[in-house]
Design a protein around this ligand. Structure first.
Ligand code: G16
Ligand code: MG
Length: 216
């Protein structure tokens, strides 16, 4: 029996990838090189410091740990300028209805995100109150595909792992869900998310009850 839904943030509930991209691009430009959208795809779901390492490698730049921390903070300040302008209009289509319907049929809800800014984003978009637990980049030490973020989510909700469904837009996120012995709904294309148990284009495509019926 399905008792809980665990949601990734970026790409499932909101589209903050474009803000990350703008801020990372600005940083790369300041360091004398550029990144494009194709490269940005490889950063989805990856933690802030791991993203910075990948970007510096891409630009052929090497920095000390101290400099890296300085630049990660600069990028995050630029990113937060964009996040602070977010409103309820920045939630992806169908998200609010999906969360409310899930709650109304007794499903518990947790967030499982790599972002350290997750609570702020949920608050700005008005959906924080719909969550029973928030597990984000401040609570985990290992990035997806490690299952840590989802295992902690199930634990916080008091639900067995095999009674959880994870909603993810990244291949590594689906891998994390499977490693946690959970079911996974891939949000996006079949090409990328072929490791998911069920694939849909967005939370506006299927109701929570339909997801539960189809995935079992
Ligand atoms: C998100 C994004 C990543 C970002 C990470 C950390 O992951 O997809 O691009 O690097 O969070 O974000 P922050 O710098 O805010 O801590 P997720 O797991 O929500 O898809
Ligand atoms: Mg994501």
């Amino acid at each position: 029996m399905i008792k809980a839904f665990l949601f990734d943030l970026d790409g499932v509930l909101v589209d903050t990838a474009v803000f990350h991209y703008k801020a990372w691009k600005r940083l790369a430009n300041q360091l004398g090189f550029d990144i494009d959208e194709e490269f940005n795809e490889t950063l989805k779901g990856i933690s802030r410091m791991d993203s910075l390492d990948a970007i510096l490698k891409h630009g052929g730049v090497s920095l000390s740990q101290e400099e890296k921390e300085k630049y990660a903070k600069i990028k995050n300040d630029w990113y937060l300028e964009l996040v602070n302008q977010m409103t309820v209009n920045d939630i992806l289509p169908g998200v609010e209805t999906f969360l409310k319907e899930s709650r109304s049929i007794g499903i518990k809800i947790a967030l499982g995100s790599a972002s350290k800014n997750a609570s702020l984003i949920l608050e700005k978009t008005g959906i924080l109150v719909l969550f029973d637990a928030i597990i984000d980049g401040n609570h985990v030490s290992r990035s997806k595909p490690d299952p840590e973020v989802f295992l902690k989510g199930a634990e916080a909700l008091g639900v067995e792992n095999d009674a959880c469904v994870v909603f993810e837009d990244a291949y590594a996120g689906v891998q994390a869900a499977k490693a946690a012995n959970m079911l996974a709904v891939g949000i996006g294309s079949e090409e990328v998310l072929h490791n998911a148990d069920l694939i849909t284009k967005g939370l506006n495509e299927m109701s929570p009850s339909e997801i539960i019926t189809k995935i079992l």
